[in-house]
Design a protein around this ligand. Structure first.
Ligand SMILES: Nc1ncnc2c1ncn2[C@@H]1O[C@H](COP(=O)(O)OP(=O)(O)O)[C@@H](O)[C@H]1O
Ligand code: SF4
Ligand SMILES: [Mg+2]
Length: 335
């Protein structure tokens, strides 16, 4: 196995500025001092992904998973930091539009109905990008699309149909085919099976795993569903309010989570076979990323918090090979 990461996230931060709304502007005319608010969606994330790995990214809604996924896929340029693809600056490579290298990173979205153009035939949805970028001659487009559709388990005879003529599971496959059509090496899957029935989910997850083997793909697999992440990840990364709080090989993470947030999140994880329980509820509300708590972002909800947790941000420390956690309990305590 190569020792160079296929993707290296170095100090990635992403902030969104939320402009003052109309009510706020009117209030400002009357002397109030409303200023644009800044959402710290992703905060200094450092993460390497090795070729062939499946990394599961989890955390409660709003913790920054989709934003980080979009930065990695080149949809957003980060406010700070660099993404390296095979050692090269990914956003610089794509600065003048997609190149063969930047096409190697593709994103698969949650809702195929929203991301597939309803007025385009599957042939064009899947064939457009490879022809536009010169990967395939226009005259070979049909053959190429037929090949990709077959790979994702769809019968190419339907390539002239529109997205609404397919079932939810088939549309998910069309979304995957569209990404595969440009020969990607790295896929960011953002809640890619969340909208599907459980039995269909299992089929699509198996497809992802087959494709990984056949095409040597690497995945960043974003999901709020821990049973899915446990099923297909080699390594799990847990985010809380924009920061990575723990990262570990899948078995270590599920059998012995270190961070108090991970412990709360992973308590009573369902399996794919027994999915009645979802996330266990963690006491307290998720604080707003507009005003994240000082020190350790988790301190207002953490049963083990001490005075140091409010003062000082805990750093990720290595506990065992490949196992990192950011909690003061691993580093001198919380006093
Ligand atoms: N385009 C955007 N503009 C402003 N705020 C955003 C935007 N995208 C995400 N956010 C905010 O960033 C935070 C992280 O969102 P997101 O990455 O979607 O989290 P997740 O995928 O983990 O649910 C949330 O507070 C969200 O409201
Ligand atoms: S640093 Fe403190 S507040 Fe944060 S998880 Fe550890 S004990 Fe809890
Ligand atoms: Mg999301």
């Amino acid at each position: 196995m190569s020792t160079q990461p296929i993707i290296s996230m170095q100090g990635i931060s992403m902030r969104f500025v939320k402009p003052v709304d109309t009510a706020g502007k009117i209030a400002n005319l009357l002397g109030a001092k409303n200023e644009p608010e800044v959402v710290h969606a992703v905060n200094n994330v450092n993460l390497d992904i090795m070729p062939g790995e499946v990394v599961g990214l989890v955390g409660e809604s709003g913790c920054g998973k989709s934003t980080l996924g979009r930065v990695v896929a080149g949809v957003y340029s980060p406010s700070e930091g660099t993404i390296l693809y095979n050692g090269q600056d990914f956003h610089k490579m794509g600065a003048r539009g997609p190149t063969l290298e930047t096409l190697a990173v593709q994103m698969i979205f949650q809702d195929p109905m929203a991301s597939l153009n309803p007025r385009m035939r599957v042939l064009d949805i899947v064939g457009e990008a490879p022809v536009a970028h010169g990967l395939v001659d226009k005259k070979d487009m049909q053959d190429h699309v037929a090949q990709v559709l077959t790979r994702v388990g769809l019968d190419p005879v339907y390539m002239r149909r529109y997205p609404h003529q397919f079932s939810g599971g088939q549309r998910a496959r069309i979304g995957i085919a569209r990404a595969l059509a440009v020969n990607p090496k790295f896929l960011v899957c953002d809640e890619s099976v969340a909208a599907l029935d459980v039995s269909i989910q299992a089929q699509v997850l198996n497809l992802f795993m087959d494709l990984r083997r056949e095409l040597n793909l690497t995945y960043l697999f974003i999901s709020h569903d821990l049973s899915v992440v446990r099923y297909l990840s080699d390594r799990v990364v847990i985010m809380y309010l924009g920061r990575v709080v723990e990262s570990a090989p899948v078995q270590q993470m599920f059998e012995g989570p270190n961070h108090p947030y991970s412990q709360a999140l992973l308590d009573n994880v369902p399996t794919l076979q027994n999915r009645k329980q979802r996330f266990s509820t963690i006491k307290g509300e998720i604080p707003s990323p507009l005003h994240p708590p000082s020190g350790c972002h988790f301190h207002p909800r953490c049963p083990k918090a001490g005075p140091r947790c409010q003062r000082e941000e805990p750093k990720l420390r290595q506990l065992a090979p490949g196992h990192f956690s950011a909690c003061h309990l691993n580093d001198g305590g919380t006093e």
